[in-house]
Write a new protein. Structure first.
Length: 222
């Protein structure tokens, strides 16, 4: 603590810039992938996969998408998919709630959910962004596929570990056939690594990449 306090004082940082805090506004790299994903979803693409190992930036990518989608659209972000298929009704409840009373919402089931969403969305697009999809049950994913198929203006980006794609290929062939875009996150370039360090430092009041030397940046990149 004393060492960190001294560093903060020396370089004028308000706080430690290098934590696991998700800062989508400081997203670096994969700009082309972001733009292509947005174009695909806005032009009728129903499903995109976002794959990468732990720490590769999947959550930051998804949250950055929420900042980039057209303001006329609705965006729903889930940190994890429900394991119980019935919980998909609860996931979409915030979109249904303003129009339907408590009693009428009780009657909504997985079978009626697509029709209710179609009526509620009308001509508006809904982008569903789901993280940690490798933890979903097969039954839950099967129902998600049904919902995506039957809701006209719904598009989804599903993020997970690389094993998620294999899981779909082996157990949900009808699901994988609906994927219009697959994105694999790996690692940043040297220039992107430096830019990320710079943005993190500047976000807490620092100046450029001080106190990092070029050798330090190279070591971090490696």
């Amino acid at each position: 603590y004393e060492v960190m306090h001294k560093i903060l004082q020396t370089y004028g940082w308000r706080e430690n810039p290098f934590t696991f805090k998700i800062l989508p506004e400081q997203f670096v790299g994969y700009e082309r992938e972001v733009e292509l994903t947005i174009q695909d979803m806005q032009n009728g693409g129903k499903l995109a996969l976002l794959l990468g190992p732990t720490g590769s930036g999947k959550t930051t990518f998804l949250k950055y998408l929420t900042l980039k989608f057209n303001g006329d659209s609705r965006v729903l972000y889930l940190p994890k998919p429900p394991k119980d298929p019935e919980d998909w009704v609860r996931v979409f409840e915030p979109l249904i709630k303003p129009r339907f009373s408590f009693l009428s919402r009780k009657k909504i089931s997985l079978y009626s959910l697509p029709d209710v969403l179609n009526k509620k969305l009308n001509d508006k697009k809904l982008f569903l962004l789901v993280d940690e999809c490798h933890e979903a049950s097969i039954e839950s994913l099967e129902w998600l596929r049904v919902i995506i198929d039957q809701v006209d203006n719904l598009s989804a980006v599903l993020a997970g570990l690389p094993v998620f794609e294999g899981m779909l290929k082996n157990k949900l062939e009808t699901f994988i056939k609906r994927v219009s875009r697959s994105i694999l996150l790996s690692n940043l370039s040297r220039a992107e690594t430096r830019e990320l360090i710079k943005r993190r430092i500047e976000s807490v009041g620092g100046d450029d990449i001080k106190p990092f030397t070029s050798n330090a940046v190279e070591l971090i990149y490696s």
